[in-house]
Design a protein around this ligand. Structure first.
Ligand code: PEP
Length: 254
């Protein structure tokens, strides 16, 4: 059975104390209210990571991740944070290739392939984001876009490495816009992603790969989305900033 995950992406929100307070609330609610095998992951800004890992100790249902990591191991890259540093504070996951990184920081599939290698070499589990823009969906090239993102960003990995990857399908037009892909639209492309993985790594690996949906996912639309065979959870932006909203999304898997 593949892992069910609901990951929160706090983006560039919450100061240090606000972040710790929100994490504590979520951690307590997760402990009290979750009854299934679902995993909560909080992807915070770098400054929170160490403290969140400490706060989460003793609660196996919650993990901590970063939102980015540099592709190089170390060196003269002023202002950057390495995968080794992230791992050294006890974080487990790292989001790579979020559409905001692709759009505002020019991250290409080729760069993301390098970031993935470095993250894996340092023991982090990448949450690798893929998804098409509105223009690409309207011109009906979304399957090709996603196919290329997988092939160029991930399919150089061997099977053992690929087993550590979580994929997040996030249509760019649905992120932070209030527009959600319908559950049928999401299922259609998740099934396509799984088929591509099966073609590269075989059925068994494809069946074991966790594929999250992201894009204005909330407690109202999550039940419909998560009921689909190929949707294994969510990557949540806005709704991850409120403990009740975020935990209600997790509770869909109870
Ligand atoms: C995201 O940032 O990955 C995201 C899905 O954001 P939102 O839930 O706010 O659309």
């Amino acid at each position: 059975m593949r892992k069910k995950i609901v990951a929160g992406n706090w983006k560039m929100n919450l100061d240090y104390n606000e972040g710790l307070a929100l994490f504590s609330e979520i951690s307590n609610m997760v402990k009290d209210e979750l009854t299934g095998k679902q995993q909560a992951v909080i992807c915070s800004p770098f400054i929170h990571l160490h403290a969140l890992v400490q706060l989460g100790k003793g609660n196996d249902r919650i993990s901590v991740g970063a939102q980015n990591a540099h592709q190089m191991e170390a060196g003269a890259y002023t202002g950057e944070v390495s995968a080794k540093m992230i791992k050294s504070v006890g974080a487990e996951y790292v989001i790579l290739g979020h559409s905001e990184r692709r759009q505002y920081f020019g991250e290409s599939n080729e760069l993301l392939a390098k970031k993935t290698d470095t993250a894996l070499a340092n023991g982090l589990k990448p949450i690798f984001c893929i998804g098409e823009t509105l223009e690409e969906r309207n011109s009906e090239v979304h399957f090709n876009v996603v196919k290329d993102q997988l092939a160029d960003g991930l399919f150089h990995l061997d099977e053992e490495q690929f087993a550590k990857i979580v994929i997040a399908y996030e249509p760019v037009w649905a992120i932070g816009t209030g527009l959600t892909a319908t559950s049928d639209q999401a299922q259609e492309i998740h099934a396509f992603i799984r088929k591509e993985i099966a073609a590269r790594y075989g059925e068994e690996v494809a069946e074991d790969t966790t594929i999250l949906y992201g894009g204005s996912c909330n407690a109202k639309n999550a039940p419909d989305l998560f009921a689909k065979t190929d949707i294994d959870g969510g990557l949540i932006g806005g709704a991850s900033l409120k403990s009740r909203d975020f935990v209600d999304i997790l509770k869909v898997f109870n």
